[in-house]
Design a protein around this ligand. Sequence first.
Ligand code: PMP
Length: 376
Amino acid sequence: MRKYLLIPGPTPIPSRVSRAMQKPMIGHRSPEYGEILKRVVENLKYLFQTQNDILVFSSSGTGGMEASIVNLLSPGDKAIALASGAFGERFVKILGSFGIEVIPLRCEWREVIDSKLVARELDRNRDIRAVFATLVETSTGVVNDIRSLGKICRERKVLLVVDAVSGLGVEELRTDDWGVDVVISASQKGLMTPPGLSFISINQRAWEARETSRIYRFYWDFKTYREFLEKGQPPYTPPVSLVFGLDEALKMIREEGMETVWERYKRLAKATREGVKGLGLELLAKGNFSNGVTAVKVPENIDGSELLKVLREKYGVTLAGGQERLKGKIIRIGHMGYIQFKDILVALESLEKALLSLGHRLKKGEAVKRAKEAYK
Ligand code: PMP
């Protein structure tokens, strides 16, 4: 049976990327690796829309989140974390574990936190050093307004750190224009590369914060990575084959063009939402829909985990479930990475059959029809 992976990471890998990863091993201190690293960083700058430094780490996205904290802050510092879902809550946890006084701003796990609340909180607490936010809250499929947070933070000289693990390469992100000090991402979602690499962009204000930060660190020290990068090297042995793959994936994205890629995801997301409505299902969010992942409420009379099981076992379609408090209540359709409209149609057709087999009433063929109309 052909398998379809439509989850918000890891995402399917194009054959160009798979082939690139099969190249013979090279040394990570060789001039050849140096060339690749240089090109990868240049192309990442294009994706992040930044002139800032970009460092590449051997870790998943969470490692990048931790790295951003241990390089910028000191125990006892105050920081705001926007927690509108599981990944915003992860910032709250990591910050807390390093002795940062976190002020979490929360909302229902389907909404965005109003930027005005952030401004109000910053004006009330003048000693807050940083705001931590998520571009796309993958657990709810909601995209946050980073542009307005950038403005608020810049006006108040507070650092803004953005987790773009699932947003980079999928959702509009303009690091420099929006004034985002630190942006974190990872290889396994919009970047069509296997898991295992994270990247962080760091501007001058963040480098200054690095100079005064007093959290113990070694492996994650930004400064070490920058010093080595200047020599065209990583400080420690990287997953060389993954970097080959990333290099190829970034070339593909550059060939297509960032704005064209963003537009393509927008269409895929719209078609997915319309298709889902055609199945008679309700979207989790009311608005601010992400272009990379769509969260859908599971009808009351249906067991969410059973639905995912039928899809996987009978139709070869893997979708994601809900996380933490949303477990069993939603399913998530990933349409980031190397996903085409055909894949969305397969997912919708399979969902239709699976839902019917579990007793859900729907109008046959309506999902595909609506998705096609929306995709036009
Ligand atoms: N932040 C966001 C927004 C994510 O979507 C994810 C992964 N789903 C992470 C952080 C964590 O990344 P990882 O699992 O690669 O550590």
